[in-house]
Design a protein around this ligand. Structure first.
Ligand code: TYD
Length: 132
């Protein structure tokens, strides 16, 4: 499957904790876009799409949620609840996000600008590759 967990160093002291994301260092691509997902209603699901080329790293900096990843053959559920563990999601990977806690905040780093044409939003098209 085209995903992996990236561990970030925690710089912690008596004041609290800090994690840092640096392109081509602990993030395996150049960062063109950063967006934030927050205030998600716990009974809502997000995602339900794949990207033709986009690569992303998702970091859950507050609260928790579940991300299901699907490469067309295998599905894996990943619990997101640690600011020091990023989820790298490569291209052509279907993702579904659910079980959002009220305080869940996701920071998403991406290697390209937003482009709706680059999304695969139909699961059948994703499975048979016709959207590529
Ligand atoms: P969408 O990608 O569908 O969200 P999710 O995958 O989390 O369910 O995006 C929701 C809306 O926000 C949609 O109208 C597109 C817009 N959007 C942007 O304008 N820029 C962005 O970088 C992203 C990720 C979304």
């Amino acid at each position: 499957m085209n995903h992996k967990i990236i561990k970030f160093q925690i710089f912690g002291d008596s004041r609290g904790s800090l994690v840092s994301f640096e392109e081509k260092k602990n993030i395996p691509f150049c960062i063109k876009r950063v967006y934030c997902v927050y205030g998600t209603n716990p009974d809502q699901e997000r995602g339900k799409h794949a990207h033709k080329e986009l690569e992303q790293v998702v970091v859950c900096v507050s609260g928790s949620c579940t991300i299901i990843l699907d490469d067309g053959e295998k599905r894996e559920a990943i619990k997101m609840n640690k600011p020091n563990a990023g989820l790298y999601i490569g291209k052509n990977t279907w993702r579904e996000m659910s079980n959002f806690s009220n305080d869940c905040v996701l920071i998403v780093l991406a290697n390209e600008y937003y482009d709706e044409k680059e999304y695969i939003r139909n699961y059948e098209e994703f499975l048979n590759g016709t959207a590529l």
